[in-house]
Design a protein around this ligand. Structure first.
Ligand code: AMP
Length: 237
């Protein structure tokens, strides 16, 4: 059975969370957001949770070993057999290699949303999120203390602890240093699609869907062809 395996990449604030919800609806696959999973563990208050909270508050990365175990376990669940959207993973070349091993030759498409750093700082600093439906809002006030609620769910919006300018800058540096090489990793394998993340969300969604649909043949088995190695399993367009 072909599976639709989408990796959504891009710097913090580039719109991955917003787009993941829309793309998941279109392809009927679950969203696996490593940031969401880590934040849920951090909220639990366990010793591990406190450790994760400190790492996330610093703008650095959780270890590859822990992330790979977490994603391996999640991908084994039955809802991920027909495909998935990975949001926030892989963030290092080591994680990308481990993912290729986990998938054992199943092809992926890596979609990267590009947005200039200065726009990202403003977007993240004003960002409010709904923990229930993942909706993202942008406050004009930058205060974060006003009672803002989700238009869909009615629950109070939150400002993430790491959405403050100092940590935002570190997260962007971490992205350029550790995660941009992952783009090269997928580009070398013909699996990278670059999308301009600056236009309005609807236009970005349309561009992503067009790009994925144009490459959907990579998810279909090629009858008669020998089973290719993971890194060569995505055809160049
Ligand atoms: P995100 O919600 O994707 O912005 O992730 C929030 C924070 O969780 C990041 O700044 C990292 O500290 C941590 N994190 C999420 N995903 C990963 C990953 N794949 N590898 C390492 N750290 C991660």
């Amino acid at each position: 059975m072909p599976s639709t395996n989408i990796i959504l990449m891009g710097p913090p604030g580039s719109g991955k969370g917003t787009q993941a919800v829309r793309i998941a609806q279109r392809y009927h696959v679950p969203i696996i957001s490593t940031g969401d999973i880590l934040r849920a563990t951090a909220r639990s208050g366990s010793a591990l949770g406190l450790e994760l909270r400190a790492i996330m508050a610093s703008g650095g990365l959780v270890s590859d070993g822990m992330m790979v175990d977490l994603v391996r376990e999640r991908l084994q669940r039955s809802d991920a057999t027909a495909g998935f959207i990975l949001d926030g993973f892989p963030r290092t070349v080591g994680q990308a290699g481990a993912l290729a091993e986990m998938l054992g030759g199943r092809p992926v498409v890596a979609v990267v949303l590009e947005v200039p750093d200065q726009d990202l700082e403003a977007r993240l600093d004003s960002r409010r999120i709904c923990l229930k439906c993942r909706a993202v809002y942008h406050s004009g006030t930058r205060l974060g203390s006003e009672a803002e609620t989700c238009a869909r769910c009615g629950v109070a919006l939150i400002k993430r602890d790491d959405d403050n300018l100092e940590v935002i800058r570190t997260r962007l540096q971490t992205y350029h240093r550790d995660t941009e090489p992952v783009l090269a990793y997928y580009a070398e394998r013909g699996a990278l699609v670059t999308i301009d993340g600056s236009p309005a969300p609807d236009a970005v969604t349309r561009a992503i869907i067009r790009a994925i649909d144009a490459r959907r043949q990579v998810f279909l088995p090629d009858p008669g062809a020998p089973r290719p190695h993971a890194s060569k399993n995505v055809r160049r367009s």
